[in-house]
Design a protein around this ligand. Structure first.
Ligand SMILES: Nc1nc2c(c(=O)[nH]1)N[C@@H](CN(C=O)c1ccc(C(=O)N[C@@H](CCC(=O)O)C(=O)O)cc1)CN2
Ligand SMILES: [Mg+2]
Length: 292
């Protein structure tokens, strides 16, 4: 029997409802609401869609958003000046710099410049350090989305073999950290996994993925995870978003793997919508942290 489809869009909508209430309470108690500054450099169409979706989500939960759109040829100094201005602006609680940035801009330079208390993507080294030490200030959006899908679907990773395929700063590394942690702000089912990280240079990768009770695919290669790489009954979380000639697809060969897995996230409507709503949560957290 085909595995259960984990509907990320429905879970994200439910979290949005809960969050909208929390934002309303925050506004009632403080007389002012959270504000997110969105910075988009260049004209990558996918990035423009993601930023637009984030601003629409802001509208739905009651967070104010301010857009800063800069041309593709913007230099590092100009962008750093904007970040410094947003850091100093007391009306801005969170700063989102949409990635990827154009090639002339070193992403690390820019992300390191965002004030750690306004770092709603959890990309700043101070926040990554806190996360790794098990005392997170913010949870990174996509990894947090993965945890929420598991938790709200009643899936526990505690004591289970978890395999993460991919070692990026944005997904692979932080999701592995969270799954292996001693405890979790999301709940006891989302931590204490036994985690293996695989990547493009892993030898006999399929032998390792086949050991996974929970398999997280975040390697950025369309349909990379085939059915023969998955243990029957495994939970498969697909974090990939790949645009191919035939449309959008994940890092998992969805139709074939669904026949083997006990549960699987689709693409679209899987992890992606959670990424957006977790950014909203971090913006509220940032506003709370900035109360004087
Ligand atoms: N500053 C950041 N940059 C990037 C991040 C990030 O978290 N912070 N992640 C990705 C892009 N991303 C958010 O920015 C993102 C990607 C996809 C989705 C999403 O909801 N996807 C939909 C499909 C939408 C489509 O048609 O493309 C889905 O999966 O259902 C949300 C956010 C890189 N950059
Ligand atoms: Mg405000």
């Amino acid at each position: 029997m085909a595995g259960t489809v984990l509907d990320g869009k429905a879970i994200a909508s439910q979290i949005e409802i809960e969050l909208a209430e929390e934002v309303a309470d925050f506004i009632q108690n403080n007389g002012d609401g959270p504000t997110l500054a969105a910075v988009l450099v260049g004209d990558d169409p996918a990035s423009a869609v993601y930023v637009r979706n984030k601003r629409l989500a802001c509208d739905r939960v009651g967070i104010e958003s301010k857009m800063h759109r800069l041309p593709a040829e913007t230099g590092e100094e100009e962008l750093l000046e904007l970040i410094a201005k947003l850091n100093a602006d007391e009306d801005i609680n969170g700063i989102l710099v949409q990635l990827p940035l154009p090639p002339q801009i070193r992403s690390a330079k820019i992300l390191d410049a965002v004030h750690p208390l306004k770092d709603v993507d959890c990309f700043h080294p101070e926040n990554v350090g806190l996360l790794v030490q098990g005392r997170p200030r913010f949870l990174p959006c996509t990894p947090h989305g993965v945890l929420q899908i598991l938790d709200r679907s009643g899936i526990s990773v505690a004591g289970k073999q978890c395999v993460v395929v991919g070692r990026s700063d944005i997904v692979g590394k932080p999701v592995a950290t969270l799954l292996a942690a001693k405890d979790s702000p999301v709940g006891p089912n989302c931590c204490n996994g036994t985690v293996t990280v695989c990547h493009s240079r892993t030898s006999d990768l399929a032998a390792i993925t086949r050991t996974a009770d929970v398999l997280v695919a975040a390697i950025g290669i369309p349909k990379f995870i085939k059915a023969d790489m998955v243990k029957p009954g495994a939970v498969v979380i697909d974090v990939g978003i790949n645009r191919t000639e035939t449309g959008l697809c994940g890092d998992v060969d969805y139709e074939a793997v669904r026949e083997i897995a006990s549960a699987i996230t689709p693409v679209p409507r899987g992890v992606g919508p959670l990424t957006v709503v977790m950014l909203m949560l971090n913006t509220l957290t940032a506003a709370r942290l900035q109360l004087t």
